[in-house]
Ligand binder design. Sequence first.
Ligand SMILES: [Zn+2]
Length: 587
Amino acid sequence: MGVGPRALLYRLRCLLKRREVDVWYDPAYRLPFSGIEFTGYDTRRADFAAWWLRESKAIATPWWRSPRRASYAELARVHEAGLLESLARPETLAAIFGVDPSDVPVDEVMRTVRLATGATIQAAGEALRRGKPQLNLLGGFHHAGPGSAGGNCPVNDIAVAVAAVRADGFTGKVAVLDLDAHPPDGVAACLESDPSHWIGSLSGSDWGPLPGVDEILLPEGTGNARYLDALKALLGRMPPAGLLFVIAGGDVLRGDKLGRLDLTLGGVRLRNLTVAAHLEGVPSVWLPGGGYSKNAWKTLAGAGIALSTGSLDPIPDDYDPLSQRFAGIAAGFSRDVLTDTGELTEEDLSEALGMRPSRQKLLLGFYTASGMEYALQRFGILDQLRRLGYDHFRVEFARQHPGERIRVYGESEDKEHVLVELVLERKRVLGHPVLYVHWLSLMHPRAQFSLLRPRLPGQDVPGLGLARETGEMLALMALRLGLTGVVYRPAHYHTAYAGRHHFSFVDATRQGRFEALIRDLGPVPLLDATRAVDGGRVKLDGKPYAWEPDEMVLWLREHPEERGEVALERERAHFVLEPDPPPRADQ
Ligand SMILES: [Zn+2]
């Protein structure tokens, strides 16, 4: 997990070439939703971009800025009272972000939104005062109008920032260059009465004519070359401006759930470099806009790189922001904080002689409950649970057969709930000592299942949205205990699918069959796919396929792969999904 030569070279190049750019960020930029990942929106995007920009040294320490929350007076310069009032209701915010109302802690969501908007206001002021480019890692809420909100945009941070600089006496032209894959309907509505503005947009969605917007509409699958040609044409038509907002949308990226423009990561970086070079010297505020794919964070980090170092170097493929972050935190733990290294006492001797029962339960012979709670705090997990509405946490261990059970409890409205339950064991798999995960359950009892958040096979309660963090913690625990891997048995297709980037089936043939299943179910949404497998509607060689809950492993040290056998079975196996049973006539 160390830093490889490529990463070192990358840092060196960054240090040599970087220019000053202010970056606005707060850890509370992570929206406190547990079930939004179904929509393709990764709430960790700003964190990932910030971690990379820090670690790569692309952005120097003094350039990091912490925002303040926008005030309601500032929001009210643009938005109608009815809209601002409605944002105090979970139902309104749920509709805007496409989540269930039970998944909306209103105050925490509004804290995130107001911090991002405050940053756009402050960034606009700084850009005008000091001329250097500003990047805000959350914002560009371009769909919010004066009295309407939607599409992940509760308020319009750009319009609120424009109103703020106008109130401070700025009379120059404001330009908004919207490079998100969707049109700036909200920006156009909000700026309609602004005396001096221009809005340009390159979009891939036809939402009808947008008065006041110089819009270039691009077809599905546009790709890098045609996109960059259109961008140059739009930049050529742009009038001189005194303040510029760039919505550097990440949803133009290939594989995005909502955008269809099919740019590569290199193409997006080139887009940002082209804009930065063309508009050099114009005070500018860069904003992320949308982005609904696994690599959306890289387009945002890439905007920071384009502004600071002007580099086209890609972020290394093997860089996983969460693994790197967690490994760095874990490396800082002293051994004593996690375990009990106390001196041998008379009581210990009595225990050792079997004269009294063990007084201290150590998980896996190592961790104390308080050490585990401390680790959960340091990894940011307790903070996120607090934002989801829980407090007064408690960690408890118990023996079980097989394995040892960990429970994390938290209180909500004076009632204690189990939030995390894990059953772990040290075991040997293929002769190697591994951390065996018999059971893992992340539970968010405050949230409810709904049409937007359907129950997955095997779930009793909605999840916490912290599966990736939990996986990283388990890998670090295994490393600390000197084990060589983490193993679990996915009881359903979707639990295997969730781990597919890091885990593979221990048995090569089984892995091949799994890869064939992913290939053949490719276009089917995950929920439908896992229900189809569960319901016996997927056929292998003409017979209903029963899910095989075999062991999957994440090897933490080099391990020989049997890709030949995997490929053979993958080519051999062909799955067919039967259509849904037709509804009965009387329904
Ligand atoms: Zn968009």
